[in-house]
Design a protein around this ligand. Structure first.
Ligand code: AMP
Length: 450
């Protein structure tokens, strides 16, 4: 992107207030993203905005920054942000929190299904200036007359296409009807459709249309596919888990039921894993996401809706275990990796009958989806050999007590034995460690592979 084209070289050029700028640089942002370059100036001028941008593009900051810049310090509820899922509410709320700690007089509140009503009633009495809410819960408060939208000056509708998907648009329309005064509206959607276009015509006044390059490919995500007979899917998954070097992994599956089954299977195999689906209660979902963020969970087995908008850095692998519902779902799933300039990898499991889907996405991504080989027995053995050798080396060098005791013995293993002997010892260790997996393979068979 050529920033000069918009006369913006860095965050200073937006004319944002100084405190805000300080925090932006403290967070570590150096250059605004394309959506920020195009959205922030229009937002600051009070224009209505229709932005077609995906999560990962930096869209949250493109509305949070001008909101914080323009907000007045008083007791009015001035800003309303509606978004389809609780996770997104929390994510946006947390993003605001980075700033609110400095702008102490601005009060912000999140409202979403599953949260305790009494807490929400009390917090509403505290006169928040900014509310971030899911449509259902917000409508509930409107009906109970615990919230009034009379002074709303800015309305943000986030992930509008997903609102449509989940049947929330009716609720959103009722909410908008409750905002009586002239206000600024910004609508964000990952995709554009006739429906979205119609909605914007009805609720916006000559909006600034910001459509990010539709065919732009996120070059940070390397995409692969492989064909697998469905009977061997679990087996194949296990092979990839052993050979792929992942920090955090999300495995996408079709049903809530299977997300639980697969996750508990992974746990049995020793992986730090958890399911994430719409049936899991709110508190637990938040805890799971927090643990995933903190690294206490390494693998999430997720369904689409539950993971919408998840922004977690260090997710460097996505496995589409079950076929996505459509191209948008595919794009959304792989978009959980390769975020904010990190490199990510996505692997799609296909059956022969899914060739059509592969062709569709390949067309979308300019034939950039490459075939990946399923790790074969030799590859797995190599990994296991190396893992055990690493273990021996690590323990040998790290633990001083063991080191002294075993020093001469281990030195011999590592330095003096010939290859054949090292191989023998390693194979014996392999059999010991991987007893279950190797029970049907004789020591002789193993030797054939080296
Ligand atoms: P979003 O699309 O709002 O979900 O943002 C995706 C990720 O990009 C988040 O982790 C943001 O913190 C990060 N991000 C947003 N704007 C910038 C920027 N100008 N420079 C670096 N990272 C950013």
């Amino acid at each position: 992107m050529n920033l000069n084209q918009f006369n913006i070289n860095n965050f200073n050029d937006f004319g944002l207030n100084k405190e805000l700028l300080k925090i932006i640089y403290n967070i570590g942002y150096k250059i605004p993203t394309e959506i920020q370059v195009r959205c922030i100036p229009a937002f600051l001028r009070g224009k209505d905005i229709l932005a077609i941008a995906k999560t990962g593009s930096g869209k949250t900051a493109s509305f949070v920054l001008p909101i914080l810049n323009n907000i007045k310090i008083n007791n009015d509820l001035q800003v309303l942000i509606i978004t389809p899922t609780r996770e997104l509410v929390i994510q946006i709320y947390n993003f605001f929190k980075l700033f609110i700690n400095y702008f102490k007089k601005i009060k912000i509140l999140s409202l979403y299904g599953g949260q305790n009503y009494n807490i929400e009633f009390n917090n509403l009495k505290n006169k928040p200036n900014i509310v971030i809410a899911t449509p259902g819960r917000l409508l509930d408060h409107i009906n109970r007359k615990t919230i009034y939208l009379t002074n709303i000056k800015i309305l943000v509708i986030d992930e509008a296409d997903e609102m449509l998907h989940m049947g929330f648009i009716k609720d959103v329309k009722i909410i908008i009807k409750n905002i009586k005064i002239l206000h600024q509206t910004a609508l964000f959607s990952a995709t554009m459709s006739f429906h979205i276009y119609k909605i914007t015509k009805n609720i916006m006044n000559n909006p600034e249309e910001i459509i990010l390059n539709k065919n732009k490919i996120n070059l940070n995500i390397v995409q692969y596919y492989c064909f697998i007979n469905y009977k061997f899917k679990i087996n194949t998954l296990m092979k990839f888990l052993e050979t792929e070097n992942f920090i955090r992994l999300i495995i996408f599956v079709k049903t809530k039921d299977f997300s639980l089954k697969l996750s508990s299977l992974l746990e049995k195999k020793g992986y730090l894993s958890s399911a994430l689906n719409g049936d899991i209660n709110q508190n637990l979902r938040e805890k799971i996401i927090l643990n995933f963020r903190n690294g206490l969970i390494k693998i999430l087995v997720a369904t689409d809706v539950a993971s919408r908008g998840l922004d977690i850095s260090d997710v460097n692998l996505i496995i589409n275990y079950d076929l996505p519902y459509n191209i948008n779902s595919y794009i959304h799933r792989i978009g959980r990796t390769g975020r904010a300039n990190n490199i990510g990898k996505a692997i799609l499991f296909l059956e022969k009958k899914d060739l059509k889907f592969l062709n569709l996405i390949n067309k979308k991504f300019n034939n950039n989806i490459k075939r990946i080989n399923i790790p074969n027995f030799n590859t797995l053995l190599d990994f296991r050999f190396n893992k055990i050798l690493d273990l021996i080396k690590k323990n040998f060098y790290r633990n001083n007590l063991i080191l002294n005791f075993y020093k001469s013995f281990l030195e011999k293993i590592i330095n003096n034995l010939d290859n054949k002997e090292i191989l023998d010892i390693t194979l014996s260790l392999l059999i010991l460690v991987y007893e279950n997996n190797f029970s049907k393979i004789s020591y002789k068979d193993l030797l054939k592979f080296k």
